[in-house]
Design a protein around this ligand. Structure first.
Ligand SMILES: *Cc1c(COP(=O)(O)O)cnc(C)c1O
Length: 360
């Protein structure tokens, strides 16, 4: 069967070139006579892979020298606990912004370890916008501020990084890391699960500023302490080795595309095409306020539930798969991460045009 255009929110498409290379190297990685899945993570072959991945990410994101890059297991969801456990400090209080389902999960987990203040929320309008924030929104005594830079389910993203002054800013960037330029120096800690823009599910990237390492609460499990992983170059235990190998190839692919700046231009072009169509359509409607629209996740609806159902079924029959929206928004959601080719977005728009013609 031909490859489909997969609009899933995650796991999502990987660049075809990366998959082909992985296939080529499956039985014999670089003359080692074995698969990366089988080799010792202490081997020189693997050392080169993990340090290579780290250096590529540093280069792509222009990560300053006073930050550490970690490749951890447990998905982004484990970070919901690791962040409060490691950053609670003596004050044991943190400010969170509630912009959707993932923020809520982060808040619920943090409440187990410290006192959480929800400083702003967009729940009143089913998370269709990003709430206004300024320096006064935050408690100067808070140990950190937590935001979700791109809201995968609701399709919103922050236009600008909030100014938290001296308070470390922590960001869940799972669904928009490497999709646009990002000034890492504005953040104390960034984390991202891999399965949207980085690689296969199961590895999580953490970028942490040096001064935030080493202050974990006493009862923090060894594996959940950032210091454990900083001190051991993400190799305290066996890391998600194969996933890191794929991530390295995705980083190389981004570099070949011209880097994050070029990827951003492509992403803006793809998203703008789709939003322009939605804005002009008499049948389809985007669900997010214009100024806060995500470049990665585009939710939209048709006037009736029946039409939504028909659209999802027919699009799938046409090789445009996983367009069903999340149940909390309904309708459809097109996730158009870095690896979604422009052609996939064009095909989707053509299909929507045709659907509109026959259903208007
Ligand atoms: C997908 C996602 C998560 C969850 O990631 P897991 O790796 O499944 O734990 C968390 N936050 C955001 C913003 C996401 O998009």
């Amino acid at each position: 069967m031909a490859r489909v255009y997969n609009f899933s929110a995650g796991p999502s498409m990987l660049p075809e070139a990366v998959l082909r290379r992985a296939a080529d190297e499956m039985l014999d990685y670089n003359g080692s006579g074995q698969s990366v899945m089988e080799m010792s993570h202490r081997s020189s072959f693997y050392e080169e892979i993990i340090r290579g991945a780290e250096n590529l990410l540093i280069e792509l994101m222009n990560i300053p020298q006073n930050y550490h890059v970690l490749f951890l297991g447990g998905g982004a969801s484990t970070q919901f606990a690791m962040v409060p456990l490691n950053l609670a400090g003596e004050k044991k209080k943190a400010d969170y912004v509630n912009t959707g389902a993932w923020s809520k999960k982060a808040i619920a987990e943090a409440k187990r370890y410290l006192s959480v203040r929800v400083v702003a929320s967009s729940e009143d309008k089913n998370f269709t916008y990003i709430p206004y924030l300024d320096k006064n929104s935050f408690d100067p005594d808070a140990s950190y501020v937590h935001i979700t830079t791109n809201n995968t389910i609701f399709g919103t993203k922050y236009r600008a990084v909030p100014d938290t002054g001296e308070i470390p800013l922590v960001a869940d960037m799972s669904s928009n890391i490497l999709s646009e330029d990002c000034d890492v120096s504005k953040f104390g800690l960034i984390y991202a699960g891999a399965q949207k823009n980085i690689g296969p599910a199961g590895v999580t990237v953490v970028i942490i500023r040096d001064d935030l390492v080493g202050n974990a609460l006493d009862f923090t499990p060894t594996m959940l302490n950032y210091k454990t992983h900083v001190d051991n170059g993400s190799m305290f235990n066996t890391p998600p080795a194969y996933n890191i190998y794929i991530a390295k190839m995705v980083f190389e692919w981004i570099k070949e595309q011209g880097g994050v700046g070029e990827i951003q231009k492509k992403n803006e072009f793809k998203a703008q095409m789709l939003y322009n169509f939605l804005d002009d359509s008499k049948l389809f409607r985007g669900t997010v306020v214009k100024q806060d629209r995500s470049l990665m996740n585009v939710p939209f609806v048709l006037p009736t539930e029946e039409l939504n159902k028909e659209f999802i079924k027919k699009s799938s029959e046409n090789g445009l798969v996983n367009l069903k929206g999340h149940r909390s928004v309904g309708g459809m959601r097109a996730s158009i991460y870095n690896a979604m080719p422009l052609d996939g977005v064009k095909k989707l728009i053509e299909f929507m045009k045709e659907f509109e013609k026959t259903h208007a």
